[in-house]
Design a protein around this ligand. Structure first.
Ligand SMILES: [Zn+2]
Length: 233
């Protein structure tokens, strides 16, 4: 794995350039006129969960806001602070008029682990932005510890990762543009969870009250594929 080398990044851009500006410039010519993504995706900074790469999005497909822990803060009055995620939500709704919002959480999230099991590595004289930021997911931590007090750290983190997605979906509803668009049927919100160890993509189901696989792990789909081939042969 040497994808961190600058030479590889430059070579990567050259391949992108050749594909979109050389081989077939149709898409870039459209995008030169402006962007019209229909989806706002809120994901984590984690290097293993690049949303565009994961779902095979093309340039212009998704408007993305990434932050530590893929959190959505509640809508708060302007207190003089800097509200990056809230600005992305406002722009996506007011200017781009997106039709759906996906909060994409994932397994082995370092932000959630830091929330569940804080370590005291930060110097008391220096700001701890991670700890402060992750407080947004405090309700998810509380509900996890209430229901899974005896479980292993791995289970607790997974439960909290998924519960935090629901917490973020709730917080989304506190933004007036989101609330209005959902009420008027112009917007849907989705909670997705990428299990990077298993290679599965799950989605929250209101009806099931939990996360269900949208795309199962290969080990599980394998036999079905063989069955399908056997029955169509
Ligand atoms: Zn993460």
């Amino acid at each position: 794995m040497n994808g961190h080398d600058l030479e590889n990044f430059i070579a990567g851009f050259e391949r992108f350039q050749q594909q979109y500006y050389g081989d077939d410039p149709t898409l870039i010519n459209e995008l030169r006129q402006g962007q019209h993504p229909r989806t706002l995706l809120i994901g984590c900074c984690d290097s293993r969960v690049d949303p565009g790469y994961l779902i095979g999005a093309e340039p212009g497909d998704i408007f993305v806001s990434r932050n530590v822990g893929n959190l959505v803060p509640p809508c708060e009055p302007d207190d003089g602070g800097f509200h990056g995620v809230s600005a992305a939500i406002q722009f996506a709704l007011q200017n781009l008029k997106v039709e759906r919002i996906i909060v994409l959480g994932h397994a082995q999230c370092g932000g959630i682990r830091a929330l569940m099991y804080p370590t005291s590595t930060a110097s008391p004289n220096e700001p701890n932005f991670i700890e402060r930021w992750m407080k947004i997911a405090e309700p998810a931590k509380r509900s996890t510890l209430a229901k899974f007090a005896q479980s292993s750290p791995e289970v607790q983190c997974r439960v909290c990762e998924q519960s935090s997605i629901l917490n973020s979906l709730n917080n989304l509803m506190t933004f007036p543009w989101v609330r209005r668009a959902v009420d008027e049927g112009r917007l849907t919100v989705h909670g997705w969870y990428f299990d990077l160890a298993a290679g599965e993509l799950l989605a929250y189901s209101n009806r099931a009250g939990g996360f269900l696989p949208m795309v199962c792990a290969l080990e599980q789909t394998g036999p079905d594929k063989r069955l399908a081939r056997a029955t169509t042969a």
